[in-house]
Design a protein around this ligand. Structure first.
Ligand SMILES: [Zn+2]
Length: 338
């Protein structure tokens, strides 16, 4: 039984991309018990004497610890203890409660101002039964996420430091309680944008970047693509996207309206430009994943490329045929430059 469980853990560690294993190392002081850390540091010193590269602590637990299974079991036990303790941590719970209050206030304001669909108000009841779990960093590293949740599931997983909770809680509440789009890039772009608007960090119609990197870095790539889309025509409003995202039952109808607006901005009556853009991003993303990039890095690179393509070679995004048979042939990007 234990053997099978350890096999599972080893397989999971084995699947984490190399460069992402080091993400976990940032938390070594918090989450690796001192006696395991001592062993690790001892091995690191020995490897460096032999001129070998330093291994990430997870890779070390997996491969080179002389104590093998015993070390891994010890790590897992201490990790479970730590996770259980975290769930009752008063500072973390206080931070979460504050985020929930601010978030609900923001949702009500969004509905009042019209950039969130009134369906979002069901969150007022549902947030009471939402379970917040403070994460296991091993789990987050394996998933390549700072936190996560699934739309319609009554739990969210957040980081276990106060500043991480402040940074991601509203984003995860949006995922769990407000809405979703099928395609990862646009789903994350809108989820993060709504979180930042609720946080008072930006206005709903402003997608451009600002200088505070920590506040602005989350899903910057997907948000840049959204900005490029909105810049296609004066009729396109960010609020169209946030309202469609937050509409409970008829999301596809609102999405269709947006698609029509994008198509008409581009003069592509017979094509679905959003679908074509999604295919383009997916292709770029898969290419990066094949090149061993982690999920987050692949998404960032794919979106950066797609964004440039929308501006500089839209025919590569929407296809030559769709591009050349447009009804409008005037330069559509004029408003971007102004
Ligand atoms: Zn997300």
């Amino acid at each position: 039984m234990i053997k099978a469980g350890l096999e599972d853990v080893r397989n999971t560690i084995g699947m984490i991309p190399d460069q992402h294993l080091y993400y976990f190392d940032r938390y070594i002081d918090n989450i690796i018990p001192p006696f395991i850390r001592k062993w690790y540091e001892h091995d690191v010193a020995q490897r460096s004497e032999k001129g070998l590269e330093t291994q990430s602590v997870l890779r070390w637990l997996l491969e080179s610890s002389e104590l093998g299974d015993a070390m891994l079991i010890n790590y897992l036990k201490s990790s479970v203890d730590r996770i259980e303790k975290d769930q009752d941590d008063p500072d973390l719970n206080k931070a979460t409660e504050k985020e929930q209050e601010e978030w609900l206030t923001g949702v009500r304001k969004g509905v009042e101002e019209g950039w969130l669909h009134p369906d979002s108000l069901s969150a007022e009841q549902r947030i009471g039964s939402l379970t917040v779990v403070y994460a296991d960093y091993f789990d987050l590293s394996a998933k390549d996420r700072g936190g996560y949740s699934i739309f319609g599931k009554e739990y969210v997983v957040l980081g276990r430091k106060v500043d991480e909770i402040e940074h991601i809680a509203k984003h995860e509440f949006n995922h769990a309680l407000i809405g979703s789009f099928d395609e990862t890039w646009i789903n994350e772009a809108i989820t993060e944008h709504i979180a930042q608007v609720i946080d008072g960090r930006r206005d709903v119609e402003y997608l451009g970047s600002f200088s505070d990197y920590w506040s602005d870095s989350t899903y910057r790539g997907p948000r840049d693509v959204l900005e490029a889309l909105v810049n296609l025509g004066p009729d396109l409003k960010v609020a169209d996207f946030t309202r469609a995202y937050s509409r409970g039952d008829a999301r596809t109808f609102d999405k269709l309206t947006i698609t029509r607006k994008v198509a008409s901005a581009l003069g592509m009556k017979d094509y679905d430009p959003l679908q074509l853009l999604n295919v383009h991003i997916e292709k770029l993303y898969n290419h990066e994943v094949k090149n061993n990039k982690s999920h987050m890095v692949a998404l960032r690179l794919a979106c950066a490329r797609a964004c440039i393509d929308v501006y500089e070679q839209p025919w590569a995004v929407f296809g030559n045929q769709a591009w050349e048979t447009r009804e409008k042939t005037e330069v559509i990007f004029s408003q971007v430059a102004s």
